[in-house]
Every structure is written in structure tokens, then in C-alpha cells.
Design a protein around this ligand. Structure first.
Ligand SMILES: Cc1ncc(COP(=O)(O)O)c(C=O)c1O
Length: 454
């Protein structure tokens, strides 16, 4: 039986029976069945169109014809495992190298962001001879056991914190220890990492790596304060560790102005390892670790082969190359800058137009390019997270306007926008108009909004 012939109810029933229930669906109480997609639009089994504001994986647009053609052409010709000599992997590595600082010249191709971060962990531990890792609070780095261990977002709900993992404060200038009003929040937050490293040393332990997303996503679409990463890198390196930038969500031009989000931290700053994934294959499982020759050499010198059956196969690399071409040809970084700026301007207008007696207001929004978060609070002074309101807003945007957004942040009150990079000015206007209409309706007609849910 062809899968398309299943009714939505049948699909749901089979999914419930056959697929592990911890693999949750979007809108789990009323899921959407998507059968095709194009650009920034998803279509359900009845042909209804949804605007996709969250698929950062489908970076240059769903089912982009150039990506599909490159995949099909290479698939028809050859797909081997990565141990046969082939042009695609070296041509692709060379293209990626041209986007990165000159010291990041060695590449390992893998199949997911989790595999990339797991390998980064191994590289760091092998190179430094140390074990301990510093991570940011609320971080998520992947689903493998090794990464659950370094993801406070997960380990807090599971086995807890391992003795070799150390959690630094999230440099969130809205809710964190130091706000925008601090004279130098980048330095102040970096100093919390320095202090943490001193604590680690007092326990007789040594740092192998500092891991951080270049814009912490699960933490609430956070933009790191200027100067933070170079300072942290200095402290970590002087303690014998290395700096790992997790660009799994943020790489490939999402910030618009730069190809990699870590570049926002200033010219001359380079991590020692960059991990990448999600957008890299536009939905095809393609991910990578980029590092220095010294770190790669230490890994080689352990004498054990690194073998990854699918990583860097000819089809994956053909897709990766096609994606880089599309970003350039369609000026998607320029688009991310223009549309992201427009989206933020519209959110700013919406914020300015909210009356002061609103209990729920878009109090703050932040973002760079097409990485934008709008944080909902019930009280501007206390910054009380409006979690239920955010969840209701997400539900209503889907039900009433067929717009897909979702929430992030420790309280799930940050509405996030990470759409395909072909997102348009009209799309941005539509979303903000719908948010405006729903929030106004919620305020005027109820249901009763939460007063305090912290
Ligand atoms: C920042 C970050 N790193 C790593 C991962 C893991 O990537 P994957 O799901 O491809 O294994 C994710 C996934 O959401 C992520 O957000």
C-alpha cells in the first residue's frame, strides 16, 4: 500500500502504534500532515498551504530544484561509501574552507549535528588530553549519550550533571546576570567562564573544551554580547582547552551579514572547531566538523581509523555544493538581512502599538538576519514569562492562519523565527499582522490570560 493512500487518521493511528512515542510531533494534540513543500510553503493532504517560519533545515527553500537535480544526477551516476577516492568530497571541503578562517582547514563529514558534536568532543579530548567540558546553561548539543551529558537542557531532566561537565551562565542580556545596561556585558559574562575554570582547577580537573552555539537557540534565541567569544577563547586556551562553536543551527548565512554566526564576534576571532549540520544538506543528512591541522593530527596520531560509512558520500557532497551555489546565486544572505530587518521593524512597531494595560506584550525581540525571537512576558517589570500565551499564540497561528512558528527558551515563551532563507517581505508582514490580530483578540475577548506562571 502506498503511504500517500493513508488517510490522516490512519497515519496517526499507525504512527502511534509503530513509532516510539518519545518522538513527538509538532502540534501533537492536532498534528498537521504535510505531503509536499516548496520554498517557504508546506502543503497538507488537502492541498492547504502553510507558511513555514521554523524549518531552518530547509535552508534555501523546501525541495529547491537545484538541490533535487544535483542529488538525482549524482545518485544516478554513483554513490559509494567515503573510502573510495572521489572528487566531490575534496571539492566540497575546499569550498567550505573558503568560507572559514584560514586555520580551519581539515574536515570530517558526518550525518547529523549530533555526530558532529560527538566527534568534536573526541577531538578536543584527544588533542588536549583533558576530559572536562564547559557548556552554557540551557544548551542543547544533540541526542547522543555523550551530548545529553553536555546539554543542560536535557541532562537536568535525566541523569543529572556529570562531574566532568561544568555549566556557565547563559549570556542573556535580557534575563541574565548582566543586562544591556552593563558597560561591557561580553567581558562580564566571559569572566564567569574564567571563574568557573578556576573552580574546576581547584578540584584538580582540567578543561578540554568550551562548547557553545554561536547564537544559543534552545536558550531562547540569544545573541551573544560582543566580545564574549574571543575573551572566553582566550581563557579556555590559556587553561589548555579549545573553543568549539556549534553552528548546527546558525551556520550557512542565517545571520545575513556573515556566513558563520561566530563571525559576529569580530574579525580575527576563530574557534578551534566548528560543527555544522541542519541547513547544510537542505534536509539531506549532511553534517561536518571543521578543525585545525594540529587538532586533526592529534586525532590521527592515536592510530585509530575514523570511519563513517555515509559521511561525505558523493551524493551528500553534490547536495552540499549545490546548496552553496544557491546561497550565492540567489543572494540569500542579502535576503536574510533585508527580510530579517523588516521583520524586526514590524515587531518594533507592534511593540510600540501595544497599550500599556496589556497583560501580555511582545516586550522584547532580538535577532540577526533570519534568526529572530520575540519574547512574551506578562509583566514588563518582573519579566514574567507568558508561557501559556505563547503556546496559545502558536496554536492559533497554525489553526487560523496556517502559519507554523514554535517556541523556545527555558520557559518556552520565546516565539522563534528561523524560516527558510527565501522568506519574503510579504511573509514577514503576514506573520506580524496575524500576531497583532491574535494578541488583540486575546486581550479583548479572553480567554483569561495568565497572570503569573513562573
Ligand atoms: C545546536 C544544536 N546542536 C546539535 C544538534 C543536533 O543535531 P541533529 O539533530 O542533527 O543530530 C541540534 C539539534 O537540534 C542543535 O540544535
Amino acid at each position: 500500500m502506498a503511504l500517500e493512500s493513508l488517510s490522516k487518521e490512519e497515519t496517526l493511528a499507525m504512527r502511534k502504534r509503530l513509532i516510539g512515542q518519545s518522538c513527538r510531533l509538532f502540534y501533537s494534540d492536532k498534528p498537521v500532515k504535510i505531503v509536499r513543500a516548496r520554498g517557504q510553503y508546506l502543503f497538507d493532504e488537502k492541498g492547504k498551504r502553510y507558511l513555514d517560519c521554523i524549518s531552518n533545515v530547509h535552508h534555501v527553500g523546501h525541495c529547491h530544484p537545484s538541490i533535487t537535480e544535483a542529488a538525482a544526477a549524482q545518485m544516478e551516476l554513483l554513490n559509494t561509501n567515503s573510502r573510495f577516492l572521489h572528487d566531490n568530497i575534496v571539492i566540497y571541503a575546499n569550498r567550505l574552507a573558503s568560507t572559514l578562517p584560514s586555520q580551519l582547514r581539515v574536515f570530517y563529514f558526518v550525518n547529523s549535528g549530533s555526530e558532529a558534536n560527538d566527534l568534536a568532543l573526541r577531538l578536543a579530548q584527544q588533542y588536549t588530553g583533558n576530559e572536562d567540558v564547559v557548556v552554557l546553561d540551557h544548551a542543547y548539543h544533540g541526542h547522543l549519550k555523550s551530548l545529553i551529558d553536555i546539554s543542560p537542557y536535557k541532562f537536568r531532566k535525566l541523569a543529572g550533571q556529570k562531574e566532568w561537565v561544568h555549566v556557565a551562565p547563559l549570556p542573556d542580556t535580557y534575563r541574565g546576570l548582566y543586562g544591556e545596561d552593563h558597560p561591557d556585558p561580553g567581558q562580564a559574562y566571559a569572566d564567569t567562564v574564567r571563574d568557573l575554570i578556576e573552580e574546576v582547577h581547584k578540584k584538580g580537573r582540567k578543561i578540554s573544551a568550551f562548547f557553545a552555539e554561536s547564537f544559543p537557540s534552545v536558550g531562547g534565541q540569544i545573541i551573544l554580547p560582543k566580545g564574549y567569544s574571543p575573551k572566553v577563547a582566550e581563557y579556555v586556551r590559556s587553561a589548555g582547552g579549545i573553543f568549539v562553536a556549534d553552528e548546527v543551527q546558525t551556520g550557512f548565512g542565517r545571520s545575513g551579514s556573515h556566513f558563520w554566526a561566530f563571525e559576529q564576534q569580530g574579525e580575527g576571532f576563530s574557534p578551534d572547531i566548528v560543527t555544522m549540520g541542519k541547513p547544510m544538506g537542505n534536509g539531506h543528512p549532511l553534517a561536518c566538523v571543521a578543525t585545525t591541522e594540529e587538532i586533526a593530527k592529534a586525532f590521527t596520531d592515536n592510530g585509530v581509523e575514523y570511519f563513517n560509512t555515509f559521511g561525505g558520500n558523493p551524493v551528500s557532497c553534490a547536495i552540499g555544493l549545490a546548496l552553496l551555489d544557491v546561497i550565492e546565486r540567489e543572494d540569500l544572505r542579502g535576503n536574510a538581512t533585508r527580510v530579517g530587518t523588516h521583520l524586526k521593524n514590524l515587531l518594533r512597531k507592534l511593540q510600540a502599538s501595544t497599550s500599556s494595560d496589556w497583560r501580555c506584550q511582545i516586550f522584547i525581540f532580538r535577532g540577526v538576519g533570519l534568526f529572530v525571537g520575540a519574547e512574551l512576558v506578562t509583566d514588563r517589570e518582573k519579566k514574567t514569562p507568558a508561557t501559556k500565551t505563547a503556546s496559545l499564540l502558536v496554536k492559533r497561528l497554525k489553526e487560523e492562519d496556517r502559519i507554523c512558528v514554535s517556541t523556545d527558551g527555558p520557559w518556552e515563551n520565546v516565539v522563534k523565527f528561523k524560516p527558510p532563507m527565501c522568506f519574503s517581505m510579504d511573509d514577514a508582514e503576514l506573520v506580524v499582522n496575524c500576531i497583532d490580530r491574535i494578541l488583540t483578540d486575546m486581550e479583548q475577548n479572553g480567554p483569561e490570560l495568565e497572570k503569573d506562571n513562573v
